[in-house]
Design a protein around this ligand. Sequence first.
Ligand code: GLU
Length: 483
Amino acid sequence: MTTDKNILMNETRVRYAPSPTGDPHIGNLRSAIFNWLFAKKENGKFILRIEDTDQSRIVKNGIEKQQEALLWLGMQWDELYIQSERKSIYAKYSQKLIEEDKAYRCYATEEELDELRQKQKSEKKITRYDGRYRDYDKEKSLSRSKKEPYVIRFKSPQNGETQCFDKIRGGITFNNKELDDFVIIKSDGFPTYHFANVVDDHLMKISHVMRAEEWLPSLPKHVNIYNALGWEMPTFVHLPMILAPDKTKLSKRHGATSVQDFIDQGYIKPAMFNFLVLLGWAFDDKTEQFTINELKNIFDINKISKSPAIFNKEKLDWFNGKYIREINTNELAKEISIFFENSIEPNNFNIISSYDFKKIANMVKERSKTLNDSLILSEFLFKKPKFESKEEIITMCESDDQCKLVLEKSFKLLSDTKDFSISNLQNKLKKLMDDLNLKPKQVLGTLRIVITNQKISPPIFDCLNILEKEESLIRIQTAIDYL
Ligand code: GLU
């Protein structure tokens, strides 16, 4: 049984071990965050290990996508390993197991195995490998290996129990009758996940294996490999599942699940990080907001929960809105400019870049849950109002004449205004309403139409403030000309 003695004796070394098979999922990133924070807390090492031994599932740029997602969240790795470059290492250990009669070559063809499965199915038995090469003659096995393809299978114990230990769940006993002789080296010479994972965790001196709970059923296989190779085990920490609010496993059908989806929708790093760390971990029963630096000091693996975490999108939105309001203006301005550049046409981005992004940040921050909200609120900057009919302009007023009066008086007032601060614009336009004896809807509503003509935009004073005098007057004059 493994204890935490690794922590006392050796350096803490943890790893994030993604397979580069698609866009990094937020569940993967939750594992990465837990590992990274634990390494930081313990002054240990955070290792990135690319598990790309299933060559058929690799996607283009899969490794880069994983690296980008880590870097986006601010997590730099200390060491990087790529399993496909380590084939000879796994071959060496599989040979050792064969020599010690703890593994064997299996020559069963696909057709044979298919037939076996069909037979087991028809007999209503569990489908699994039947050990047909387990006791095969060693000489024959060796000579066939020179000319025939084969896989290498692990000799799993057939009786008794495998004792496993998980830091969160304690001791878990698996019945060995449920284990079959699983493949450790495939016919293409690449190792399977189970084998490469154990060999690497050992050689890379991993002290704690923190990974998703989905891997818990594989633990007895891993434990048996450790035992067969006579290696000491790391501490296993299986992280609770992430479920959707309907309590089913979180998947695409629940909406965004990849990190890139969330970036594209305008979620920002500190919010995402804070939200993800709470999926299966809590500091206490009340504190929810943590900076990454705070987490580096307080993250405690003993506080990882056993029960599944629920992915609550409203909570993420709430966090994101809160961080958008609270991060400093320079930082938000930078986030906004990057997001806008990636989301809108270059021409429109050029127009918007002529405004001060810090001013845009201040204009949108109280009103945005996501950077996409910020974009919607800023669209009036590059989308000049276009009207198809007069009616669109006068809709807030009682008559054409009233609308014309509002616009002409506003034009005059703003032409004479030097100070375009929000508060001064507020005072001036309020006075204009009083002087004309008109309602806010008629004056401010009409101005809002001619200045932005958007369903969603910031208050008119903020819009005038950011557009500044010249552009504000051009937009009012264009509407007057149209009437
Ligand atoms: N490659 C596995 C995955 O992507 C790693 C599991 C582990 O951390 O052991 O889920």
